[in-house]
Design a protein around this ligand. Structure first.
Ligand SMILES: NC(=O)c1ccc[n+]([C@@H]2O[C@H](COP(=O)([O-])OP(=O)(O)OC[C@H]3O[C@@H](n4cnc5c(N)ncnc54)[C@H](O)[C@@H]3O)[C@@H](O)[C@H]2O)c1
Length: 283
């Protein structure tokens, strides 16, 4: 099946980036969120980020206008019936994604692939909520989406080879590099990254070093472009906590216990860059 119109569900940090790269590569995009206000914010971010690419001479002003013209923001999920491919990019909560997958199975044509950008939730479980588990797959982009090259393509237990090949090809069309991964809590990226960030938080909580010092160690000693606590703030501390809980529940090993300081900061509403305060403060 030719994919010309893509549905993106969720216009937050990742959803607007994913809509951006689809539209820039010439596909029509139906961007769906629960409130017009959230769509407006997502569309404004896309316009700002496309403008940044114009300033850097990566695209022309006409390309920017054309890409924006290809994105339609909708609150009504029934509009996704027009789409040839869907990627779900909603909040990282199983109940939210479960409701969406259940509904997408009803709203979209039977041949449409339903992908999820989840960071950690089981693709197999999402697939089992539908009548088309062979067409359910993980398509895990990285933040910021217009810049980062990697897409983890995650096979659920029932995902077909045809679905996998279509998504791999789509990722290449977006200028990304797909890497094949099997379904397991956190996949590869977050299985390895999140425990590192969590351990950095334990180091701060136990007074081993300040957040600044931990970050310096990783930047200067391991050539990481940003330290683990800066990265955690960037990802969102609530997202980090959700992922640690998926690792803890899914793998059952106490080494995945979320750091109490992380829990406390999320309880306080200190979610990192997006809330203005996390391990650092932001204007
Ligand atoms: N933030 C990251 O760095 C990152 C990286 C890779 C993957 N992810 C994954 O991407 C997904 C989205 O994360 P995010 O950081 O963009 O979160 P976010 O909070 O910035 O955005 C989530 C959006 O989903 C919307 N939403 C919630 N329920 C919805 C529904 N029923 N229908 C439509 N929209 C709905 C919210 O209104 C919000 O706008 C999560 O699964 C997350 O794990 C995040």
């Amino acid at each position: 099946m030719d994919i010309t119109r893509v549905g993106v569900i969720g216009a937050g940090t990742m959803g607007n980036g994913i809509a951006h790269v689809f539209a820039r590569s010439g596909l029509s995009v139906v961007l769906c969120d629960v409130e017009q206000r959230l769509l407006d914010r997502g569309l404004a971010t896309i316009a700002k980020n496309l403008e940044r690419e114009v300033v850097k001479n990566k695209i022309s002003a006409d390309d920017k206008a054309a890409a924006l013209g290809r994105i339609a923001g909708v609150v009504d999920r029934a509009r996704l019936a027009e789409c040839d491919f869907i990627v779900e990019v909603a909040t990282e909560k199983f109940e939210i994604k479960a409701e969406i997958f259940h509904d997408l199975d009803r709203v979209t044509r039977a041949e449409v692939i339903l992908a999820s950008n989840t960071s950690s939730i089981s693709i197999t479980k999402l697939g089992a909520l539908t009548q088309r588990p062979e067409k359910v797959i993980g398509m895990h982009f990285f933040n910021p989406v217009p810049v980062m090259k990697l897409v983890e393509v995650i096979r659920g237990l029932a995902t077909s080879q045809e679905t996998f090949a279509t998504v791999r090809e789509l990722a290449v069309k977006l200028g990304k590099t797909p890497v094949e991964v099997n379904d397991a809590p956190g996949f590869v990226s977050n299985r390895v990254l999140m425990p590192l960030l969590n351990e950095a938080m334990f180091a701060v909580m136990e007074g081993v070093a300040t957040a600044e010092a931990v970050d310096e160690v990783f930047k200067l000693g391991m050539a990481h472009p940003m330290g683990p606590l800066t990265l955690a703030d960037f990802i969102g501390l609530d997202v980090c906590l959700d992922i640690m809980r998926v690792l803890q529940d899914g793998l059952g090993d106490p080494k995945y216990r979320p750091c109490p300081l992380l829990i406390k900061m999320v309880d306080a509403g200190w979610l990192g860059r997006k809330s203005g305060r996390g391990f650092y403060t932001y204007q």
